[in-house]
Design a protein around this ligand. Structure first.
Ligand SMILES: [Zn+2]
Length: 312
């Protein structure tokens, strides 16, 4: 996976454009409230399905949400359809993930062209974005399986702590855009954050007995999740590429060394190399989804599956 701000020709303009267009949440100022248009609701664009829950729980009936990257597609490669640009044309606000997701880097200027008035919000404000090599690491295993040093990891939403920060940003923007309904947003936000905090506490106690363990996934999406719980993500995919025969052999050795019995795969990717590894270690392939819409339920499901791989 190439989470890069620079395209194949070394052209850095998408990032620059993004920086110029973003509204900093700290300085968001709107002259009065927005005109809620035909729908009578705040029309929201999000990039990926996991953002839906925070927006719909905080906004309730006051918001209408449109997702850009549909289920089954990857935010690392998807391009918007013409029909989606029509949704953007009538949107009030675009809640970007903001951490360098390729869809946003590649297509923000196109989305902006549809709608000058749309407020564009970087929901990653306040989240520490790490490079792949900066995540909590177990012992490195020689050169063969090196991490993608120097590349930013855009999968911030898979840490419930980061997700809580992103939800706080959504809340601040909604009360600014629609101050008449601040009471409703506040109540909804408080209730949702309580659920997120309960999830965080639950996960911490689930993984306390497994401090420092490694888990093996196909796509490197779970680094922030691992950081929260003091687990180390090992990945099959390196820089968006399937491993060759030597890489596979090295991974199989590492998996054996770390007593790994499960290879986790993401539904958006080809899993053939995961199956080869699982077969070699006498383990199984289990699916975990980084892009599921029901965030809390999905993260809890992923946690149960990863804990299950540790044997108790
Ligand atoms: Zn990803």
């Amino acid at each position: 996976m190439a989470v890069q701000a620079v395209d194949g020709k070394g052209n850095p303009t998408p990032y620059l454009l993004m920086a110029l267009m973003l509204i900093s949440i700290g300085t968001l100022f709107l002259s009065g409230c927005i005109d809620l248009g035909e729908s009578g609701k705040v029309d929201v664009i999000i990039t990926i399905e996991p953002q839906r829950e925070m927006v719909e729980r905080i906004g309730g009936d006051l918001v209408s949400v449109n997702v850009m990257v549909p289920t089954g597609q990857s935010p690392h490669s998807y391009s918007p359809l013409p029909s989606q640009l029509l949704d953007v044309a009538v949107a009030d606000v675009y809640f970007m993930v903001g951490s360098g997701v390729e869809f946003e880097i590649n297509h923000l200027s196109t989305l902006r062209e549809q709608n000058d008035d749309m407020v564009v919000v970087d929901c990653s404000e306040g989240v520490e974005i790490l490079e792949f090599g900066e995540h909590h690491d177990g012992e490195e295993e020689g050169g063969e399986a090196d991490h993608d040093h120097g590349t930013e990891d855009s999968h911030i939403w898979l840490s419930p702590g980061n997700y809580r920060t992103m939800a706080g940003n959504v809340y601040l923007v909604l009360i600014e855009m629609d101050p008449d309904n601040e009471g409703t947003y506040s109540e909804n936000y408080k209730a949702y954050v309580e659920e997120l905090d309960a999830l965080i506490t639950e996960l911490e106690s689930m993984f306390e007995p497994h401090d420092g363990r490694e888990f093996l996934t196909y796509h490197p999406g779970w680094g922030y999740f691992g950081d929260d719980l003091n687990l180390t993500q090992m990945t099959i995919e390196e820089e968006g590429k399937k491993p060759g025969p030597q890489g596979l052999a090295a991974l199989i050795d590492q998996a054996r060394e770390h007593n790994i019995t499960v290879v986790y795969v993401e539904p958006q990717f080809d899993i053939s190399s995961a199956e080869v590894i699982a077969e070699s270690i006498g383990g199984e392939v289990i699916e975990i989804d980084p892009l599921a819409p029901n965030y809390i339920e999905n993260i809890r499901d992923v946690a149960v599956k990863i804990k299950g791989g540790f044997g108790s």
